[in-house]
Design a protein around this ligand. Structure first.
Ligand code: IVH
Length: 668
């Protein structure tokens, strides 16, 4: 094909794809099948590959994701991306209305009410109608350049309907269906499940490989204008209509009201209905409509006085507790789970809820057949928060925890100072199976493709009895199992092989020694450097380590005194599993940083980095992160909605800093 003909066809294809993209992703009104769409995209990519000189940055082919980046560039926001003040009930909204009316010069105040989409704030810049840069909010002044990832979001226009230069703001999110599909696939592969769509959206956009972001089916609502040149718009509602005309996806559930009581009725309506939306919202945003009024109201240091975020209470539903099931964990702890009459809650169907332990069942007086209140607070497994005793009919039965292990029948015991009942039979199959699942899990040996299902399958076929057996699995044995193709078997064996190189702390954590979490495993590894030295450590030596208390020391010594453990370790050694610590040693950790040798507690919600990232940043700088505030704590980083830990820190006079101050310290 000649270049001229190719150019003509490429133009046609781009136009067609852009049109169908818009119809499908923005208008929700597809006019061709997915296959036809894929076919157009395929043809475009083929032509662009054959004629690379005809490729352009605004071609819809960029939606599939370009090359991975080494890191994200920083982007300075020309107009800061602020956050919003919160309101928690009707009275807060009435207060907001009063403050607004006191500060504007005319009486005809109108409010725009919008859904508060639960995702990640982004800013998009267009020059002459072409998308040129997209960024995260970051600290509000400086964000990260995630242009390539944003281009993979199909509802985001690469080119506007008019050649305007504009900066807009919106919320990137993952629709519930895409989230559930992703978790279903992960579950089948035995991978760890994501907790909620927001985490996935944020994680996907902060991936350096745009192809991964492209696979995640993200979406984007635009809710505001940062800067626009030469368009006389005098109110937010008109601004939103204008954005829609430019080709942006703007949420349709917006409404304008002139009385706060109407606003309240509207937000209360959404409090009830929010579960029916195909995406998560965590509240409503109420904005003064007139730009002139917004100008009169101005800003506080952090947020505009002309807007407020109405936060929904965590969603709760009432359903019937049909039964209580107990399961045995890897440490033998027996935990009760409520089996519920299926009920829809925050967008998913809930059938089980955690009851934590027997004491909680007793304290709350939960009986089988009760109407219970179930709440979801960001976690995958919801919890039972209370009972509606007034709805009892007399047919409810009290629950009695079993006296024997549901899997091996041995008598359950309650150890001193513990709430949980335990099965202490070391050869209990539940015990062993859960221990194996723990061994391969992400923070332990991190063996991809080995999740709960495959482990259970291997265990039931008696291919593995203890963790060392994993390293002696044979290809033929695995091929003989159901649903195990040659490719998955090879991948699995490669993942098992790769895990032999893990640094010692992953192995120590994976062994599942009682009371030894991932953090203690790291400290132990940094201190002893090889597993052999840890095996020989005495209780006194262990207690001498800062974070290791007498109970943990005792548990470690008791664990390594067991001859079955020695056999397992010898088999692991024969298999070639690494027993040495590979990370920085305690004495090599930086000593000149603000965090060196400091114990830090993170509390509340951090907006700009995840807990994990914050922890890693502190540890890289020689600090330690602890889960609870005590006199030994040097510093508390308090994010949004910090609660009891913040209070404790104040009582103990421990230094408390905000997220922003924390980030400044990290950068110093
Ligand atoms: S307006 C100046 N409108 O909520 C304030 N924000 O703290 C501009 N959000 O992370 C925000 N939906 O990304 C606005 N319809 C909406 C929103 C919305 C979600 C997010 C926003 C920010 C947080 C506000």
């Amino acid at each position: 094909m000649e270049q001229i003909t190719a150019q003509k066809r490429i133009n046609e294809l781009r136009e067609l794809i852009n049109k169908h993209n818009y119809l499908y992703y923005v208008k929700d009104n597809p006019q061709i099948s997915d296959q036809e769409y894929d076919q157009l995209m395929k043809e475009l990519i083929q032509l662009e590959t054959a004629f690379p000189e005809l490729k352009t940055e605004d071609s819809p082919s960029v939606r599939v994701g370009g090359e991975p980046l080494p890191f994200f560039e920083k982007v300075e926001h020309r107009v800061p991306m602020l956050s919003l003040g919160n309101s928690f009930g009707a009275d807060d909204l009435r207060d907001f209305d009063r403050r607004v009316r006191q500060n504007v010069s005319t009486e005809d105040v109108r409010y725009v009410c919008e859904l508060k989409i639960d995702g990640l704030a982004v800013s998009l810049r267009y020059e002459d109608g072409v998308f040129i840069q997209g960024a995260t909010r970051g600290d509000g002044s400086i964000g990260e350049d995630i242009t390539q990832n944003l281009k993979t979001i199909r509802s985001m226009p690469l080119r506007l309907t008019e050649p305007v230069s504009i900066e807009v703001r919106g919320e990137a999110f993952m629709p519930r269906r895409a989230f559930e599909k992703l978790n279903r696939i992960r579950e089948e592969k035995g991978e760890q499940l994501f907790a909620n769509p927001r985490n996935v959206a944020a994680g996907s956009l902060r991936q350096l490989d745009p192809k991964l972001a492209a696979e995640r089916e993200l979406d984007l609502f635009i809710y505001g204008i940062g800067i626009v040149e030469g368009h006389p718009i005098d109110s937010h509602s008109k601004g939103l209509d204008y954005l829609e005309q430019m080709g942006f996806k703007v949420n349709q559930e917006r409404r304008v009201f002139s009385s706060i009581e109407d606003v309240i009725a509207f937000v209360e309506g959404w409090t009830e209905k929010r579960g029916q939306l195909p995406y998560d919202i965590d509240g409503m945003v109420i904005k003064v409509d007139s730009y002139a009024h917004q100008g009169e109201l101005g800003f506080t240091a952090k947020s505009p006085r002309w807007a407020t975020a109405y936060k929904f209470p965590a969603e709760e539903v009432v359903t019937i507790l049909e039964d209580i099931e107990v399961s045995v964990g890897r440490t033998g702890a027996v935990t009760p789970t409520a089996i519920l009459k299926p009920v829809s809650l925050a967008g998913t169907t809930v059938k089980r809820a955690s009851l934590h332990n027997e004491d909680i069942i007793r304290e709350k007086g939960i009986m089988i057949g009760d109407h219970v209140i179930v709440k979801k607070a960001g976690d995958i497994i919801p919890e039972v928060v209370g009972v509606l005793a007034e709805r009892r009919t007399g047919s409810e039965r009290p629950y009695v925890m079993p006296a024997h292990c549901p899997e091996c029948e041995s008598e359950l015991v309650r150890l001193e100072d513990e709430v949980a009942l335990r099965c202490i039979n070391p050869s209990c199959p539940a015990h062993i199976r859960e221990g194996l699942i723990h061994f391969v899990s992400r923070n332990a040996m991190n063996i991809d493709g080995l999740g709960e299902k495959v482990i259970t399958q291997l265990f039931n076929h008696e291919l593995i009895q203890n963790v060392a057996d994993l390293y002696f699995l044979k290809r033929e044995e695995l091929l003989a199992l159901e649903r195990m193709g040659a490719k998955s078997v090879d991948n699995l064996l490669a993942a098992i092989e790769a895990s032999k190189q893990n640094s010692m702390e992953k192995l120590v954590f994976g062994l599942g020694i009682r009371l030894v979490g991932a953090k203690a495993a790291k400290t132990l590894s940094q201190t002893f450097l090889t597993l052999d030295r840890l095996v020989e450590a005495s209780e006194e030596e262990l207690i001498a380590i800062d974070e290791i208390g007498p109970k943990m020391a005792h548990s470690i010594v008791a664990y390594f005194a067991n001859s079955a453990v020695h056999e397992t370790l010898e088999k692991l050694r024969q298999a070639g599993v690494n027993f040495e610590y590979k990370g920085p040693r305690v004495e090599e950790l930086p000593t000149d940083s603000a965090f060196a040798g400091k114990t830090v507690v993170l509390t509340g919600t951090l907006e700009q980095l995840s807990r994990k990232e914050a922890q890693a940043a502190i540890e890289e700088r020689g600090g330690k992160v602890s889960g609870s505030v005590s006199a030994k704590t040097d510093l508390v980083v308090a994010g949004e909605a910090a609660g009891s830990k913040l209070k404790k820190a104040q009582e103990l006079n421990v230094k408390v800093i905000t997220e922003e101050e924390f980030i400044a310290l990290l950068q110093s």
